[in-house]
Ligand binder design. Structure first.
Ligand code: HEC
Ligand code: HEC
Ligand code: HEC
Length: 131
């Protein structure tokens, strides 16, 4: 003998489980991150580009920031030469946030979506922004 009630319950739970990602994302479709690069400094740029390619920045900015911190804090080295030969002062506040002065509409836009919360702002000063 088998317990058909339990089997059906099992199937229902299984179906809920495998379709979870589908309906979990339904209400969120509109909330996909849309980081804005509409800042006063970026508006003034002739060629709107980041330090490295957009794709590289998207996937590697955490690594880049780590490398910068190590270079500054451990080696006292403050000059970063990018792949295109341009050089930058290795600073979170004075370089990244100079262009990306809209932290809420830029950094936070992605981070909130991905549920990452960089602790950098415990010490580093964030740009002043309206609410
Ligand atoms: C000189 C101005 C400038 C500086 C400095 C700068 N950025 Fe950017 N950043 C931009 C612009 C402009 C874009 C958009 C590039 C594009 O669309 O090709 C961008 C794109 C990005 C992106 C990709 C966004 C997306 O939609 O995928 C990330 C992430 C990023 N920047 C992070 C940083 C970080 C972290 C730093 C400091 C290490 C930094 N940026 C420094 C101007 C800058
Ligand atoms: C295009 C989306 C996007 C934008 C824009 C973006 N980030 Fe991120 N960031 C991510 C993602 C995704 C992660 C998590 C990566 C992982 O866990 O592997 C991350 C992780 C980080 C981390 C590491 C956090 C940790 O706890 O490991 C730092 C630091 C960081 N971002 C800084 C910034 C700063 C500063 C800006 C704005 C100048 C910025 N990011 C803009 C997507 C973005
Ligand atoms: C406990 C405090 C603290 C936290 C948290 C912290 N930093 Fe720092 N950071 C410092 C100090 C102090 C310096 C040295 C400042 C200097 O010499 O200019 C520094 C320097 C840096 C530098 C190079 C200099 C500059 O002006 O930016 C970078 C890049 C940096 N940190 C990135 C990060 C990132 C990214 C995070 C988060 C993942 C982070 N820091 C979290 C305290 C902190």
């Amino acid at each position: 003998m088998y317990d058909s009630g339990k089997i059906i319950a099992g199937i229902v739970i299984f179906l809920l489980f495998v379709t979870f990602p589908f309906y979990y994302n339904m209400g969120k479709a509109v909330a996909k991150p849309d980081p804005s690069v509409d800042t006063p400094v970026i508006k003034q740029m002739e060629k709107k580009q980041c330090i490295e390619s957009k794709q590289a920045m998207k996937t590697l900015h955490m690594q880049l920031l780590n490398d910068w911190r190590d270079a500054v804090v451990r080696d006292g080295q403050r000059l970063y030469v990018a792949t295109d030969g341009k050089s930058y002062n290795m600073s979170l506040q004075n370089t990244c946030m100079h262009c990306h002065s809209n932290k809420k509409k830029f950094c936070d836009e992605c981070h909130n979506y991905m549920a990452v919360k960089p602790y950098c702002w415990d010490c580093h000063i964030q740009p002043k922004e309206g609410a």
